[in-house]
Design a protein. Structure first.
Length: 390
């Protein structure tokens, strides 16, 4: 079981949701999800974010046990998305004297979600970049993090215990104890599918964080991070710069009747036999689309295999490329292989979608398969493989 200890005064009160099937109604989470919340026990008692509706009862139990009969004096709202903010009104009704800390945009969204919380004008504490609020030994410094990944997001830094409360930053999919030995895989899938569009904004918050003496990172999803923080920060630096994380080739395949997939798998063997360092493959008609997005960002080279369809491209490939457009995919080499029995059109359509992306090097020529591989198209694939192997 992963350690959830933060400090003598900062207590973990989050809860797991092992039964959720789709996070945000789109991302597969076979290991469930955790929603993190924290309590600072000082002269004033401060709750750092609430929790999703699905785990309300467990969270309230954890909070009650941590309070030891005390009231909550302050609630800090770092992010208004419902998986963290659902219980704001619940807590406000339980503790009518409780102050609520947020920025101007926080309270705009809060009103949209809950209507007017009772006596809110006398309870809200509006903070901006660099503002500090003292609770006794502990002082929180607030750092605005707009569009990481909503406009109201803010981080908070506890100067006493040197803890960064990082909202959705540095989060991952899975219950708290999931993937005991591998943070990176599910954190990468989480980052690119949720925050990937906002690389410049992540870079901005990393620059602010670099000025702080951080000993612990407390995200709103995933484990508390204490050891080797440079590793996690470096991952976010690479990801938010849209730089390839690893040298390798990712093959994304969308096949109707199977011939395109057979060609893609044969091409994978060509690459591996030719000495390619790493080759990853996904059948995007059946495999997790969001893992495919993750792998596209992870490696420096992408190869697209797709069937032609209705004078365009087979819809799963169009769907995949639309995800990449939406996440600002860039700075990659891309090769295209199309299949078409009488009027191949997939290559043209894939090029049009790639043209919406920044700094994409498209390998020429496009390889065309007519229905299934023959000697000529196999030779073209062999030539393509030789140009991609480093």
């Amino acid at each position: 079981m992963k350690d959830r200890t933060i400090s003598n005064d900062i207590i973990y009160i989050g809860a797991d949701d092992p039964d959720i099937d789709l996070f945000e109604s789109q991302f597969e989470v076979p290991d469930g999800m955790c929603y993190n919340s924290y309590l600072i026990k000082d002269e004033k008692y401060v709750v750092m974010d609430t929790i999703d509706e699905r785990a309300t009862d467990k969270w309230l139990d954890n909070l009650k046990n941590a309070l030891d009969g005390r009231n909550v004096d302050y609630l800090v709202v770092s992010h208004m998305e419902p998986d963290h903010a659902y219980n704001i009104d619940t807590l406000a009704k339980m503790y009518p004297e409780m102050k609520i800390i947020g920025n101007e945009k926080t309270f705009t969204l809060m009103n949209q979600f809950f209507g007017e919380i009772n006596n809110i004008e006398n309870r809200k504490v509006v903070v901006k970049e660099g503002d500090e609020v003292n609770f006794g030994k502990h002082t929180l410094k607030f750092i605005m993090a707009p569009m990481v990944h909503w406009p109201e997001v803010m981080f908070a830094y506890d100067e006493y215990d040197k803890v960064l409360f990082s909202a959705d930053g540095f989060g991952k999919f899975g219950v708290y104890d999931a993937d005991e030995d591998d943070w990176t895989c599910e954190a990468r899938r989480y980052y690119f599918n949720i925050c990937g569009k906002y690389g410049p904004q992540v870079q901005a918050i990393l620059k602010k964080a670099a000025e702080l003496d951080i000993k612990t990172i407390c995200p709103l999803h995933g484990p508390i991070l204490k050891e080797n923080l440079g590793f996690y920060i470096n991952k976010y630096d690479v990801w938010s710069k849209y730089e390839p994380e690893d040298e390798g080739i990712f093959i994304a395949c969308a096949s109707i009747h199977g011939n395109t997939k057979k060609a893609a798998l044969e091409f994978k063997e060509m690459l591996e036999k030719g000495g390619a360092k790493k080759v990853s493959f996904a059948d995007i008609t059946r495999d997790d689309m969001h893992e495919a997005v993750e792998d596209a960002f992870r490696y420096d080279t992408l190869v697209l295999f797709a069937s032609s369809y209705n004078m365009g491209v087979f819809p799963p490939m169009e769907h995949f490329l639309s995800h990449l457009v939406g996440k600002n995919y860039q700075n990659r080499k891309v090769a295209i292989v199309e299949n078409g029995s009488w009027a191949p059109s997939a290559g043209r359509c894939m090029k049009e979608l790639l043209a919406k992306m920044k700094d994409i090097e498209v390998c020429e020529p496009v390889v065309t398969i007519k229905s299934r591989l023959n000697d000529d198209s196999r030779k073209a694939l062999e030539e393509l493989a030789s140009t991609l192997i480093k």
